[in-house]
Design a protein around this ligand. Structure first.
Ligand SMILES: Cc1cc2nc3c(=O)[nH]c(=O)nc-3n(C[C@H](O)[C@H](O)[C@H](O)COP(=O)(O)OP(=O)(O)OC[C@H]3O[C@@H](n4cnc5c(N)ncnc54)[C@H](O)[C@@H]3O)c2cc1C
Length: 507
């Protein structure tokens, strides 16, 4: 009997588990563009366009390899607009009772599959370096799940940057050589844009008509197939990898990409694999084209952070999405959806998010994430925002980064202390503060940087929890050592900022 082989929009890998387990001669591949997924949160129009274009091209490639593909386009009249609905429709059409699927990255989608009145086999998604079971075994019995220890195991497992059983260059981690402030006087290579072809143009027109979500659709710069993704990787390795490490945490006005890779959407869709990406980077180091600090810093992001957050995601279960350890409840300020902001760093991060569906890690963590955390925004709303607006956002990777790393909503599973800072950090790492309405050096008053005011408000609000944290005690001692009148002015200033946010006024 014919079986249905489900391939989701982020499973565009020719040997993804469900395809490997299927039989070309009798099974039918089901791919479906559905409004249910396009609107589960208001996804950025570029993200929708990327996924649909890549799906269409992948389906054609599968047909070229001899697969029978039942492909539902969003605009098809008979499209039920949900994955489950399309599977049921195809089951009736082909007389199928069985579905082969690769485990989706969202609990919601997994639950929908398990609820189907069909026999559904969900296979592990093995396009990762560590399996779920391997991560669970690593985590078992550990008091603290430190990424660094997991990362070292992944180095040993993959052999990347290893000399025998020792790390190449004599160190596991070259961060002390990386993470420099931004240099304004450097000429930087711009990432190569992929020109939209006819398939992409069709999708862009359709997305423009159907999705009035936050975010600019054009210009659309993303690659939508494996060849384009490989070209983007090669472009990064040749032009930006050498400075990746040192520029990793820097922010510059008008330089949205700096030396970042811009490959997360391709990895997350399955157009690139984590190991091939790391090997390309390791090769560049072996050839002597890039310093070890850059290669190590990059490889750590992939076999360390990316694998680690995925491990945490599956280990924690669906309840992770409801965590709110700090009891935050504020609405997400309008400035996140394109409303005006007088903070230059926020305006830059949100502006490029709107235009490019992209902001790099430090903008996500130390600007938009930091501000939401300091202001006490409900982490569920912050999560919705990150899941919506970034080109690479899929729940398995976005949620642990947002709820765990950025919002401390899991109570410190991913980080031993919250990622919060005053304006001083942003001033050190960027050139935003010079042209800002606010003054980063001012600690009180109406022109004081809101990060300065909210930082102390946050620490005061959560004093009971954090005063015992060995990495934060020093900040409480600094605060306690300040003049009482000064402290009152800081807190009153923070209250004014929060009141303005609540009233929907520009901050
Ligand atoms: C609040 C928040 C939300 C995030 N949401 C996502 C998301 O939805 N999807 C996503 O892929 N990444 C997410 N990240 C991680 C990181 O910001 C992006 O992977 C990175 O900015 C992608 O751009 P790039 O390819 O230019 O990355 P680079 O800075 O060039 O890094 C190279 C690669 O390392 C990987 N990587 C680096 N850091 C992480 C990390 N913390 N977790 C997982 N992978 C990492 C990515 O695959 C990335 O492509 C988030 C981070 C934060 C703080």
């Amino acid at each position: 009997m014919v079986r249905l082989v489900l391939v989701l929009g982020d499973q565009l890998t020719p040997d993804v588990a469900a395809l490997r387990a299927a039989d070309k001669a009798r099974d039918v591949v089901v791919m479906a563009e559905v409004m249910g997924e396009g609107t589960s949160v208001p996804h950025h129009p570029q993200k929708i366009a990327l996924i649909l274009s890549a799906m269409r091209k992948f389906a054609v490639a599968l047909e070229g390899e001899g697969w029978r593909v039942a492909y539902s386009r969003l605009e098809d009249a008979e499209n039920s607009q949900t994955i489950s609905g399309e599977l049921l429709r195809r089951a009736a059409e082909f007389g199928a009772a069985e579905v082969l699927a690769t485990k989706p990255g969202e609990w919601r989608v997994l639950q929908d599959l398990e609820d189907l009145p069909l026999t559904v086999t969900v296979l592990p998604d093995d396009r990762f370096i560590a399996s779920e079971a391997e991560f669970a075994a690593w985590a078992d019995g550990r008091k603290q799940l430190r990424m660094e220890w997991f990362y070292r195991d992944m180095r040993r497992k993959t052999g990347l940057l290893m000399e025998g059983d020792q790390p190449a260059g004599g160190q596991w981690n070259f961060d002390p050589d990386n993470r420099k402030p931004a240099k304004t006087d450097l000429l930087r290579a711009r990432p190569r844009d992929a020109a939209p072809d006819a398939v992409v143009e069709d999708v862009l027109d359709m997305v423009e008509l159907r999705f009035a979500h936050f975010g600019r659709l054009r210009p659309f710069r993303w690659a939508t197939d494996r060849a384009g993704a490989l070209a983007a990787l090669a472009d990064f390795v040749a032009d930006r990898l050498p400075r990746f490490g040192e520029e990793q945490d820097a922010m510059l006005e008008g330089e949205p990409f700096l030396s970042h890779a811009l490959i997360s959407p391709y990895l997350n869709l399955g157009l690139l694999g984590p190991m091939e990406v790391c090997l390309a980077v390791e090769d560049a180091w072996k050839r002597g084209d890039v310093p070890i600090a850059a290669a190590e810093g990059f490889i750590r992001q992939i076999i360390g952070w990316r694998e680690y957050v995925r491990g945490i995601w599956w280990l924690q279960g669906p309840e992770y999405l409801t965590r709110n350890a700090l009891g935050h409840s504020r609405a997400l300020p309008e400035m996140y959806w394109g409303g005006e902001s007088r903070m230059a760093c926020m305006a830059a991060a949100v502006g490029q998010t709107r235009d490019l569906a992209y902001a790099h890690h430090i903008q996500r963590l130390m600007v938009t994430g930091n501000f939401a955390l300091l202001a006490g925004v409900d982490p569920a709303r912050v999560h919705d925002w990150y899941l919506s607006v970034y080109i690479d956002a899929f729940e398995w990777v976005e949620a642990p980064n947002t709820l765990g790393m950025s919002q401390f909503a899991d109570g410190g599973l991913l980080g031993s202390k919250p990622y919060v800072s005053s304006g001083a950090y942003i001033d050190r790492m960027s050139d935003h503060c010079g042209g800002c309405h606010y003054r980063v050096k001012e600690k009180t008053g109406d022109r004081a940087c809101p990060f300065n005011l909210l930082y102390w408000h946050f620490l005061t609000r959560h004093r009971e929890r954090f005063k015992v944290n060995p990495r934060m005690g020093q900040m409480y001692r600094v605060w306690d050592g300040m003049d009482e009148g000064h402290r009152e002015r800081v807190l009153a200033g923070a209250e004014r900022v929060l009141a303005r946010l609540d009233a929907g006024e520009v901050v």
